[in-house]
Design a protein around this ligand. Structure first.
Ligand code: AQP
Length: 333
């Protein structure tokens, strides 16, 4: 039987966080067993924020290397750079003409970003339509996403349905969202556990990047917000104990020990013990991941081969959908 298609993307906008790893990359790796996976490094999306040429070039290679180090296997899956497959921008323009302005205006991520951004460009506003093109080009069955992206997936479904209805033909598969199974859909900031951990956070004490060394990890976890329960209570409770719950989620996802078991193991222990365990496991985990990362990152010839091969494979699928779209609209004479 033909495997169903998974599509997801990640922006090369800086050092990835443990949130990006748990919410996206670790899932991407697991999904390869059951699905045909297409993963893209979304460099066009990254342009919504001004990027310096050399930094962007390096970030793309860094993110590709991290994907490979996380177990994305180019023999099983397609991994490519978004700008290398021109059908993304071609379909993007067409979908711009099928997306409702009022609906796009309501996207909460745009509203949040305009407060943080001085460069409020049109790309920042229409970003979800490019995301729709990314997903719909590949007749995607499911999109693994973090909670922050759920509204965008609803928009993608909306655009696809509208297009199919207008032309009375199933040109696009209506994709479904796939949230993380072990609470990893939204890893929170260390100092503000009600706010998502984001690589672009100005306060670097809020985030653990995949490149933080042992000393930095120790310092950041030591400062992570917990609570003042007395006696200390290591219990998973997202509403009342967001800091502790966040640490348990991170720990569970990097050790594969269930949250229930962690709660059991930490009965009658204090927050110092929990933090020490988090620190030791994070250091161990990230040191291993970085070793694999450097293996790929040092081999630019291999990276370029993987990029080229991925783009060629992705283009084959993208062309089929774009042709259907051109035909039904009346662009192919
Ligand atoms: N904190 C998080 N917890 C779980 N998943 C997360 N993701 C991001 N942050 C968390 C997931 O990572 C994937 C790739 O994200 P992206 O880089 O394309 O964009 P993003 O969601 O905007 O990630 P950041 O870290 O917040 O980046 P900046 O700061 O550049 O905007 C997505 O699947 C996302 O859900």
């Amino acid at each position: 039987m033909k495997k169903k298609i998974i599509f997801s993307g990640i922006q090369p906008t800086g050092l990835l966080t443990i949130g990006n790893y748990i919410g996206a990359l670790s899932q991407w790796e697991k999904l390869q067993k059951k699905y045909f996976c297409i993963y893209c490094i979304a460099d066009l999306h990254a342009l919504t924020i001004y990027q310096k040429k050399n930094i962007l070039n390096n970030n793309i290679l860094d993110v590709l290397s991290i994907c490979l180090a996380s177990g994305i296997d180019p023999k099983k899956s397609i991994i490519f750079i978004q700008s290398h497959v021109s059908q993304h921008t071609q379909l993007n323009w067409i979908l711009n003409c099928f997306a409702n302005f009022g609906v796009i205006k309501r996207m909460t991520q745009f509203k949040e970003k305009i407060y943080l951004n001085q460069n409020i460009n049109v790309g920042l506003f229409s970003y979800p339509i490019l995301m729709a093109a990314d997903i719909l080009l590949y007749q995607t069955y499911k999109v693994p996403v973090g909670k922050d992206q759920v509204q965008h997936i609803e928009l993608v479904k909306d655009i696809a349905r509208r297009f199919n209805n207008i032309y009375k033909k199933k040109i696009f598969t209506i994709p479904k969202k796939k949230l993380h199974e072990n609470y990893g859909s939204c890893i929170m900031s260390l100092l503000s556990p009600f706010k998502k951990m984001s690589k672009s956070d100005n306060n670097k004490n809020n985030i653990i990047t995949l490149f933080d060394n042992d000393f930095t990890i120790r310092k950041k976890i030591k400062h992570a917000i917990t609570d003042s329960d007395n006696p200390p209570n290591i219990k998973f409770d997202l509403k009342n104990k967001p800091g502790i719950s966040n640490l348990l989620i991170i720990l569970s996802n990097i050790t594969q020990i269930s949250i229930k078991e962690l709660e059991y193991n930490f009965q009658n222990k204090n927050y110092y013990d929990l933090k020490e365990f988090v620190i030791n496991n994070l250091c161990l985990f990230l040191n291993k991941l970085r070793k694999k990362f450097f293996f790929y990152r040092k081999n630019e010839i291999l990276l370029r081969k993987i990029m080229l091969n991925g783009a060629q494979k992705a283009e084959k699928y993208a062309k089929i959908t774009l042709k259907k779209v051109y035909n039904i609209i009346g662009l192919n004479m």
